[in-house]
Design a protein around this ligand. Structure first.
Ligand code: FES
Ligand code: FES
Length: 170
């Protein structure tokens, strides 16, 4: 039996400890916010928060979670009562196909809980591991920027410096 705390609820799961956390969330707990994209730690569609850290749930065996607390998109709000980031993503129409959005929101949530007022560079650097194949990055950043209280970049301002690639898949 695997003991797993997800969104504040303790579960006992009769599954192989090597099962990726993502599969346990989707298949055993029916929490479908986190998505399967690549399964290789390269896209971020599966991002959840584990003890405050944005984490690629496709890479983590469920048996390695231990007593750490897992949070998924479902912990932030619902369709009827969306949380602050969810509201902002809706307002800025940040989704095109929407496949990456749950992971984007969870990565941003982890940042804003640790650092409610990041700089523009900190925000961009933190979001860099998550990819959007539809190319709505500017709208995604605008949505996060609003919740973080960051000013919109001035039009005509030089483009932001590229951020370094993530050293580790997390
Ligand atoms: S599914 Fe792509 S990083 Fe997990
Ligand atoms: S909105 Fe389609 S992958 Fe991001």
């Amino acid at each position: 039996m695997i003991s797993l705390n997800v969104n504040g609820v303790q579960h006992a799961l009769d599954i192989d400890p090597s099962t990726p956390l993502l599969y346990a969330l989707r298949n055993d707990l029916e929490l479908h916010g986190a998505r399967f994209g690549c399964g290789l730690g390269q896209c971020g569609a599966c991002t959840v928060i584990v003890d405050g850290e944005a984490t690629f749930s496709c890479l983590v065996p469920v048996g390695a979670i231990g007593t750490r607390r897992v949070r998924t998109l479902e912990s932030l709000g619902s369709a009827e009562h969306p949380g602050a980031l969810q509201q902002s993503f809706i307002k800025h129409q940040a989704a095109q196909c929407g496949y990456c959005i749950a992971g984007m929101i969870m990565r941003a949530q982890a940042l804003l809980e640790r650092n409610p007022h990041p700089t523009e560079h900190e925000m961009r650097s933190h979001m860099e591991p998550n990819l959007c194949r539809c190319g709505t990055h500017m709208r995604i950043l605008a949505a996060i920027r609003e919740v973080a209280g960051l000013p919109a970049p001035k039009s005509g301002a030089p483009a932001a410096q590229p951020v370094p690639a993530a050293k580790t898949a997390s």
